[in-house]
Design a protein around this ligand. Sequence first.
Ligand code: AN7
Length: 356
Amino acid sequence: MQLTRKGLWGGIIREYREFLPEIEDSAITTLHEGNTPLVECVNLKPIFGDLRLMLKYEGLNPTGSFKDRGMTMAVSKAREEGAKAIICASTGNTSAAASAYAARAGMKAFVLVPDGAIAMGKLSQAIMHGAMVLQIKGNFDEALAIVKEITKDYPIKMVNSINPFRIEGQKTGAFEVCEHLGHAPTYHFLPVGNAGNITAYWKGYRQYYNEGMIANLPKMMGFQAEGSAPIVLGHPVEHPETLATAIKIGNPASWDGALKARDESGGVIQAVTDDEIIEAYKLLAGREGVFCEPASAASVAGAIKMKKEGVLHDGDTVVCTLTGHGLKDPDIALKSSEKPIKVPADTAKILKLMGF
Ligand code: AN7
């Protein structure tokens, strides 16, 4: 057997160079993000029947979320332009990715997060990667407004998805889905928070369509949490609420991009309740062995809802992006499950509990 079978995946900038804005070689900052698996569901037939349900498992990116795709682009570009520092507002995952890529690029990262409303895993990442973590007494939307103000006047590069290079990087998720399937799916489901990712996937699908790489386009299906559903309501939500803290956003920056994706593709943007999110979250972990964070499960909760409403049919290929890894938020995992059993170190007692 050969010791090296295939070359190391070079990260999305090197692998998709011809489809992305140019970047100087010396500025490329990568952790070999991308090339995440498309996992087919094998145990959900009772719910989904004979449609093909595929999970784009973005939790397997280097920092555990899809944000790495956009961050490799944004940080590489910032480095090319000679920036010394980057800044973002975040519900957690953007801050984790920004901190890691900044560390690698030798830049300073400043991250503004809502105090008490970000998952423990994400906070620990930002701290470990050496970012200055500023926990503000306010929500994500307020943090983003401050970041916008600061970057107007100070020489710090903003790496929220208002930065167009973030969207460019994230569109590669759509490229991979098409390559792994050999075609575009019938439907693509995504959780929607700041709405950058649904904007990016739609951009990616359209680009592959225009280049003749795929023959059809998917319908884009975005799902917000019911207590944080500004796009569904048609107006910003001042005090967004949901246990899916990643998508606890009341005034999405890429609002227009999300509407465009919905309308041009013939898709929908709807809401799912926190209960529906947790149900999908537990179903994926318990029946498919795939652990995602709660916000990510909004995509599958949306697919379950659409199946129940008769929108999805046998023969359809349905892709759900699982945006972040379950280990990001161990608190919710433990709170939403049965407690471990405490037992003395006694074989007989243990066997009894095991049912023997
Ligand atoms: C797991 O980290 O906005 O609709 O600051 O972490 O593109 O915003 C995270 C968003 C879905 C929503 N799933 O994506 C941030 C942040 C997970 C996320 C979303 C986020 P967008």
